[in-house]
Design a binder for this molecule. Sequence first.
Ligand code: BG6
Length: 519
Amino acid sequence: MQDHPTAPRDAAKKAETAAVAQPCAMVIFGAGGDLTKRLVVPALYNLVTAQRLPDGFRLIGVDRSLGTVEEWRDSLSSMMNEFVTKGGGEFEADHIDQTAWRWLTDRTTYVKGDLTDPQAYRQLKEHLARLDKTASNHLFYLAVPDRFFGTIVAALGEVDMVTEPDGQWRRVVIEKPFGHDLPSAKALNAEILKTLQEHQIYRMDHFLGKETVQNIMALRFANGLFEPLWNRQHIDHVQITVAETVGVERRGKFYEVTGALRDMVPNHLFQLLSLTAMEPPISFDAEAVRDKKAEAIQAIRPMTPRRAMKDAVRGQYDVGTVLGKQVQAYRHEPDVSPQSNTETYIAWKLQIDNWRWAGVPFYLRTGKYLKRRWTEIAIRFHQAPYTLFRGTHVERMNPNWMILRIQPDEGIALQFAAKRPGPTVTLDNVRMDFAYESYFAAAPNTGYETLLYDCMIGDATLFQRADNIEAGWRAVQPLLDLWVSSAPQHFPNYAAGSDGPAAADALLARDGRAWRPLE
Ligand code: BG6
């Protein structure tokens, strides 16, 4: 086995301040799957180049689709090379550092087995026992369809692999979707908590791995400048947009029973919402942060069916042109019913009933095949109290906005009015703009690096606790119930490549407001 490879300059800089993770054996269930190849392994490679993984790190793949460790390593290598030569994945690099790659593959082994077969877990247990003693902590990563979550956790318990011996840890990472409604999320929590303790469970939401999402807390709580303005006295409303230019691609089967609401809102959009709306935690300790995030979601005003009818809009894409390419309607996608009523778009006006936000609407929207890929949190401040520019050309003053650009073009902008140079008083909108890339030489990042590293050092701040998950489902459940019982009337109702359905514009127009354009 080799010593640590030489890290690239940026990664080395980062490593100066970051400790190496604790030695551990990381077991990936679903080793042959897409998630492992596209995100988990590339993120591990980035952690190697950043010198964050200890010599005592071991990677064990479990799957039934591949025969041998060589086969697994080859499939991973060809995927990594494909990222470099063809691009198009979350992992971006102009070459693979072969020393770093070998460092990782030298530590890689494989157990062939069926996830529903108890024998596979006995084999895995023996395999881990044979590994060298330095990797005595175990991280189990469930990169598998959600129907296996309960089965795997129970099976690990059966063979006694998750009891924590003195001084050693056992942790389980569970991917999204965690349940498909409130009862199923509660049932899954109850099921896995029979085997695991809460501190061992790392429920993943990959949005929390995005640097800009983590930066929301830094912006709010590391700056005296903004916090005094962060409330109903100064904020008129908030718009949270997660616009995608992808359709459902080959995920028709999954998407038909999921839809945009389940797929994006109680998880990703609520992460953005809770970080924006939460009260300051007493520390950055995982429990303190998660307490405040849960409270923000619990404060969402419960929806009655009448309110849900009025305050939520669903959409489904029709044929159209996205980024210059002609695409088909959702109902013609593979594995999708030609009469499908599944929504590919949702817009929702919600209220957070607490002291800070009373009367401030939060407008959320997300959809597939929209005009532009764009994720932002836009905070609109109140107008100045009165227009003192009487007798000038200024009739109306434009509002101030703070825009947190989550992706792409990550950064933060402040929009305000300035006097246009010249003898008459004329105001123009101007922007102060902070772009990440002009300040920081960003290390290559898939968004999974921080999350994996945090599991290895035992920091659960960026993971969902049971109550956070259940609060999210509880808030959307009335909408799920309503939509299942009442069919949409005008599906499809937006052209692929547009801003979304007209009803979503009407939702804001009713309040005298408008969505920020997706230009
Ligand atoms: C996933 C959803 O969780 O998040 C996808 O299942 C969605 O439908 C994706 O496209 C968006 O994540 P990102 O990181 O590409 O913005």
